[in-house]
Design a binder for this molecule. Structure first.
Ligand SMILES: Cc1cc2nc3c(=O)[nH]c(=O)nc-3n(C[C@H](O)[C@H](O)[C@H](O)COP(=O)(O)O)c2cc1C
Length: 184
């Protein structure tokens, strides 16, 4: 088991794991849980594919359908959570993020990079979450105007490493990612 004595080393390790989400298709970091809050007070958690991560700018990016319920939730409250569990290295990563939603013509350059066979995820008719009469009573109509990019601006990162002795730390953008150890 790794034992980190320095906060910086632990954060570097956390970011190395986050980055694998983009670089390594087999990494569980590729499929974070993305959590929004809704008007009824229940949090909504769902799996999304990590499309980009950028330590320099503290960003993680997801793509989604404009008509999905998360879009409404983000309009009401752009603060969201990201959760990743990496069983191989026994690391949990939790992030608070503020989400900038990009939709409409601004996504045209992004849309160009979405492989044709992946585009069917954006434009289902009727829209995602609509009640339908039978399991396959929907059609795909890929549509750039239904495509949205969620740029998640990371505000904090919390790491929990399981071991004989667990290690936990919390890092905030407001303190320039200096970090502090927490009792697990
Ligand atoms: C492995 C996996 C990957 C997924 N990737 C995405 C994704 O990248 N974007 C997306 O909008 N939905 C993705 N989904 C579907 C979402 O989990 C969710 O069902 C959908 O976005 C509707 O969410 P909402 O109604 O809560 O907004 C994925 C689901 C799974 C199981």
């Amino acid at each position: 088991m790794k034992v980190f004595q320095k906060l910086d080393d632990f954060l570097n390790f956390g970011w190395a794991q986050i980055s694998r989400g983009k670089a390594d298709k087999k990494s569980p970091a590729r499929h974070p849980t993305f959590v929004t809050s809704s008007a009824d007070g229940f949090p909504n958690a769902r799996t999304l594919v990590m499309r980009r991560c950028d330590r320099q700018n503290n960003q993680i990016e997801f793509h989604t359908d404009n008509l999905s319920s998360k879009m409404l939730a983000l309009k009401e409250n752009p603060r969201a959570g990201i959760h990743i569990w990496l069983p191989k290295v026994q690391l949990q990563i939790q992030m608070d993020v503020v989400v900038e939603v990009k939709a409409g013509d601004i996504t045209i350059p992004y849309w160009r990079n979405v492989p044709t066979n992946s585009r069917i995820a954006y434009g289902t008719i009727p829209g995602p979450g609509t009640v339908i009469g039978s399991p396959l009573a929907y059609n795909h109509a890929p549509d750039q105007q239904r495509f949205a990019v969620l740029v998640c601006n990371i505000q904090s990162i919390q790491l929990l490493l399981l071991g004989t002795k667990h290690i936990r730390a919390y890092y905030k953008k407001t303190t320039n990612w200096q970090g502090e150890w927490l009792s697990p």
